[in-house]
Design a protein around this ligand. Sequence first.
Ligand code: DI6
Ligand code: FE
Length: 407
Amino acid sequence: MLQLHPDDVVWRNLRLATLDPDHGTPYGLLENRALIVRGETILAIVPDAGLPQDLPNAINLQGRLVTPGLIDCHTHLVFGGDRAAEWEQRLNGVSYQTISAQGGGINATVTATRESTPVQLEQLAQQRLQRLMREGVTTIEIKSGYGLNDETEEKMLRVAQRLAQTNPIEISPTLLAAHAVPKEYRQDPDAYIAHVCQHTLPQLWEKGLFDAVDVFCENVGFTPEQSERVFQAAQARGIPIKGHVEQLSNLGGTALVSRYHGWSADHIEYLDEAGVCAMAQSGTVAVLLPGAFYFLQERQRPPVTLLRQHGVPMAVATDYNPGTSPFASLHLAMNMACVQFGLTPEEAWAGVTRYAAQALGRGATHGQLKAGFVADLAIWDAKSPVEMVYEPGRNPLYQRVFRGKVQ
Ligand code: DI6
Ligand code: FE
């Protein structure tokens, strides 16, 4: 028999979508349960009927649905400015080349981010973060990558750190110094990669500013050879890696990420079966980013059927960024993953909970309602988890719980 402490909190009368595959039910659904939280952690899940009626510290949720807090495992949340005017120009027929020549595209965001103060960056990112938290997001990854010099990459990561200190949400920061070639190195991208490996990465790691290293491996980003140099520098220090790979073409970046036992390979629209097999072997998570696919009007879909066949876990994220996915809604990303990529709503939910946690190296502690896992909960005025996927924008969130505390 479970011995309760006076400070334990008992959430009663719940429908739990645990997302725990051990239960063998859709969404890991359990009816008429109570969830006992001790401190920041789930102590146990028990049948409600077995508990005495007059428990102290009990909160009756009257049959509401409870899920794990949502996890957005791929975002570029911190950046200066926006690119709305540029997008409008494009739709008015101005070519991408002309926009680039005018300093537009990713360069415009790099310039704006370099020119912004930390306070300005924080204020913008805070608004974006709030929109995600309003949907029940309790953990988020944030990448650097709009600084492309040591000073601004550090500034971005410190803004992410500050957001983590001033918000209940958990933040996993990622170094994406190899996002694009900065204008100072336009003639010599290899020299920029050498600088990232020898200076940016080791120095910012020493300062404890990130959890993992990411690279944009693409013909408009970095070659597999250049990407591998960054991965080697990370591996030499035991730093986990992930990659933006196979988004616009197949360069073999996914196999490379898998060789380095990456946490995740993200985008992967152009991935082939060999790459899928490599992921299956290394346990790398496929992070699907349907917002960017939609906004760029791409046609090539990620190989979802092959990923399923080979048992590769699929996560879903917003990729929130000003150039290719200006959508701060994880519910919308789930909807798009179903409509555009053919995921089932249950797969979309696993993709923003269990597998998103795995893509951030947190699979043993986050993303499921299970004894021993952190008590990050989303409580909904809904009957089934499909509702949040079916109708993005309605948002039936009732309450959110970060590490055991309602906030
Ligand atoms: N892939 C993308 O689609 C974005 N970054 C990346 O690695 C583009 C980012 C931007 O245009 O600002
Ligand atoms: Fe991205």
